[in-house]
Design a protein around this ligand. Structure first.
Ligand code: NAD
Length: 458
């Protein structure tokens, strides 16, 4: 992987700004063309993308299709089908005192935007924001993650041949290159990754008063009670947790339940692991691997934090950790202090619903909360009493496939949201446009001096 020379960065950004300022990206036809080309690229080069994702994360072809390539194609189809409506100015009402007048809300592109992507869904998270940025008529710098080098290199190779190079650039690099990029002035920065770097991005953005979207992570809980069929809940939790070897921002991080529920749930989770990944997950091509040695070593440290109900086997050379469920985990254990972001699922005992709610509300607001309960009163309490980027009943992860649901965090899990129309809105400025005829001169009679008693309260 060859990184972009740092001294080239200002010139690249200036080139994009020149194109934006000269209107290259504004026409609807240009936007459509870019989105269609991106769609064709994903379909025509699907095998190359799958190979890169396999090289970076041991991702299976099917999982790459479901969670990265196919997801992007669906987003592109949605954007192409709806772009006309999104771009259309909306009429706004005017109060009586302002009439006669007409008012509209006109979406306009922001300018040159920066998208910084992480390594865990290195294709989807690099390009999904770009769909919104292009649909909204912006020029874009894409900064893929250096920790998924095969995918980053492929993106850097194929995007310039596919999209309009005058308005889209890929910068390859790590911290020095990103640091250099962040000194440039952008009109929006869209960052996906961890909160530590999120703060670096926010500080850099403040220098230019650049608006930001931060898509961060956190510990997303799954609460299970006895009102649901536990084997079904276990299977869904296992699926949401162990896809991409647990390296999913919205994966259930841990499970909360009473002792009675957890005692029944633990063996069912083990059964579900066997059902989805077989008895030798290390040999199973459907199961991914940990991204690198640093993450592997961090994750292995958590294995002592509880009793292993299933899994635990690992192989440093292969960066493999079996899907692992830990029971008897203490609330203060290390595995409960930071986002796990790997294939280890701790089960944490609570006294009941109140205890579970206060456990979650006493911590940082998570990116998602998952509740497995058929009890309406229980569901209502989660909805009213907890705050998270998303709340899903009965299923993890899938909320992000509904383009009309905002996808984003709150508090420590991020700020701003995207997907579907919101991706377009994130990268647009909603301009207020008001037109009032000079005659009749209603303002003189109402708001202009000389102020008379008759004008009071108007
Ligand atoms: P990462 O290490 O790949 O970092 C993300 C990006 O930040 C990379 O492009 C990297 O080059 C850049 N970067 C790293 N250090 C930097 C620095 N000091 N200054 C400037 N740029 C820097 O990915 P990560 O942060 O390890 O990703 C994992 C985290 O992302 C997890 O917390 C996960 O929950 C979160 N995540 C969130 C979402 C979401 O949509 N909300 C999606 C995926 C991942």
């Amino acid at each position: 992987m060859s990184f972009t020379a740092i001294e080239r960065i200002p010139g690249i950004v200036a080139g994009l700004r020149y194109s934006f300022d000269h209107g290259v990206t504004r026409p609807a036809a240009w936007r459509r063309e870019q989105l269609s080309r991106l769609r064709d690229l994903l379909i025509d080069r699907a095998a190359d993308f799958e190979r890169a994702l396999a090289a970076d994360l041991g991702k299976s072809g099917t999982e790459a299709q479901l969670t990265e390539i196919g997801f992007l194609v669906a987003e592109l189809d949605h954007a192409l089908a709806n772009l006309g409506g999104w771009m259309r100015p909306r009429r706004a009402g005017v109060p009586l005192a302002l009439q006669p007048a007409t008012a509209r809300v006109v979406p306009e592109p922001l300018g040159v935007v920066l998208v910084i992507a992480p390594w865990n869904y290195p294709l989807m998270l690099a390009l999904s924001p770009v769909i919104g940025a292009l649909a909204a008529g912006n020029a874009v710098v894409i900064k893929p993650s250096e920790l998924a080098p095969a995918t980053a290199e492929l993106i850097a190779r194929v995007i310039p041949d596919t999209l309009d190079q005058r308005a889209v650039a890929v910068i390859e690099g790590a911290v020095p290159e990103t640091t250099a990029l962040l000194t440039e002035r952008f009109d929006h920065i869209f960052y996906t990754g961890n909160g530590r770097v999120g703060r670096v991005v926010a500080r850099a953005a403040a220098e230019h008063l650049t608006p930001i979207t931060l898509e961060l992570g956190g510990k997303s809980p799954a609460y299970v009670d006895a009102s649901v069929p536990l084997a079904d809940a276990a299977k869904r939790i296992v699926w949401g947790k162990f896809m991409n070897a647990g390296q999913t921002c919205v994966a259930p991080d841990y499970v909360l339940g009473t002792r009675a529920v957890l005692d029944r749930l633990a063996p069912l989770l083990a059964d579900a692991v066997h059902e989805l990944y077989g008895s030798a997950p290390a040999q199973n091509p459907d199961y991914g691997r940990v991204v690198n040695r640093a993450q592997f070593d961090r994750l292995i440290g958590y294995l002592d934090d509880g009793d292993i109900a299933v899994g635990g086997a690992h192989d440093a050379a292969a960066l493999h950790i079996d899907p692992t469920v830990l029971t008897g985990v203490d609330r203060g254990a290390r595995v409960m202090q930071e986002e796990i972001f790997g294939p280890i699922l701790p089960l944490v005992e609570v006294a009941g619903l109140d205890d579970a709610l206060s456990f979650v509300t006493g911590r940082d607001k998570p990116l998602a909360a998952y509740v497995f309960s058929d009890d309406t009163a229980v569901r209502e309490r989660w909805e009213l009493e907890t705050s998270s980027g998303a709340l899903a009943f009965g299923v993890p992860v899938m909320h992000l496939t509904a383009p009309e649901l905002p996808f984003g965090g709150v508090g420590e899990s991020g700020m701003g949201a995207y997907h579907g129309e919101l991706s377009f809105r994130v990268f647009s400025h909603e301009k207020a446009v008001l037109a009032k005829p000079l005659r009749p001169d209603t303002l003189a009679a109402t708001v202009m001096p000389p102020y008379t008693a008759a004008k009071d309260g108007l």
